[in-house]
Design a protein around this ligand. Sequence first.
Ligand SMILES: NC(=O)c1ccc[n+]([C@@H]2O[C@H](COP(=O)([O-])OP(=O)(O)OC[C@H]3O[C@@H](n4cnc5c(N)ncnc54)[C@H](OP(=O)(O)O)[C@@H]3O)[C@@H](O)[C@H]2O)c1
Length: 320
Amino acid sequence: MLVLVTGATGFLGRQVVRELQERHHTVRCLVHTPGGERIFPGRTTDIYPDIYYGNVTDTEALAEAANGVEIVIHLVAIIRQRRRATFESINHLGAANVVAAAKQTGVKHFVHVSANGVTNDPQFRYLHSKWQGEQEVINSGLPYTILRPTLMFGPGDEFLNTLAGLARIFPLMPVVGPGRNRYQPIAVEDAARCVALSVDRQDLKGKTLDIGGPDQLSYNEIVSLVARTLGKRRWRLHVPVWLMHLATIALQSLQPRPAVTVDQLRMLGIRNVGEPGIVEQTFGFTPRTVEGNIDFIRSVTAADGWKIAMGIMPTRIRDH
Ligand SMILES: NC(=O)c1ccc[n+]([C@@H]2O[C@H](COP(=O)([O-])OP(=O)(O)OC[C@H]3O[C@@H](n4cnc5c(N)ncnc54)[C@H](OP(=O)(O)O)[C@@H]3O)[C@@H](O)[C@H]2O)c1
């Protein structure tokens, strides 16, 4: 079956492409930044995906990319706004554009990756735009499956690598508020497997599923786990929410890519957990734990830590 993957070069997308190819699907990728396709192996072989360039704001490019496609997997979203790339234009209207292109070509299944915690409350700007994107899919009349991953971890992730960078350079780890909020991280490879398995599942049409890993960990526990994996002992510095908020506003106006944005700071206060066991029950495999599967953070150096603290994410750590 010919499957179009949008956001194919991203953190999740590249794993989804690999999982689809392992299941013998023919993959077409929508690539935003030309050259991004170089991350796919096997350039001169039959398995190399079909590459189409385009932006989710460009309806013509989307119509071309969707032509003849049976399945669409829509992964594109941004978590930081930049100039014209706003949450509204990419996460909401971009999803609407991809849905329209899919309808035009008559796709049989639209698999949409949303996010755990989506809300119709506009004060959470990213999560609200993701909710709006979902509504476009639900109201499209297309057969759809929506997957809402919790926080994803894996080589190149932003969350654990940022914490690792800070743990490398600071003796104290800043924690917003009491740090008791809970998360249920899922390995990016496991999330990708769920996405690829959904493609052929007729029984999942019309369903929305939260997908998460086996652990429910507080922010404090995640910070301790990161420090332990690096072989460090780190005390936590609990910073009042209002003070962190002010500091983040200041950093956001000074740095190109602050370690955290105000919107992300707000999201840290939202429970990021799903129903335990949903991946086993629905997809028949056990997702991996966080402990024992985050050795990739050991490659974060003190120099990387300083860059991250100064608002520059090294592409060596996050190349998507
Ligand atoms: N990462 C997480 O922890 C997490 C958790 C829950 C849900 N999710 C959801 O999972 C999905 C994938 O996230 P991710 O972490 O893989 O994101 P990512 O690494 O930032 O990848 C985003 C992908 O979208 C592409 N893209 C960005 N703007 C585009 C545009 N205007 N037109 C076309 N393509 C564009 C990017 O290409 P360029 O790099 O070339 O711009 C990249 O391939 C998203 O829907 C996200 O909301 C992620």
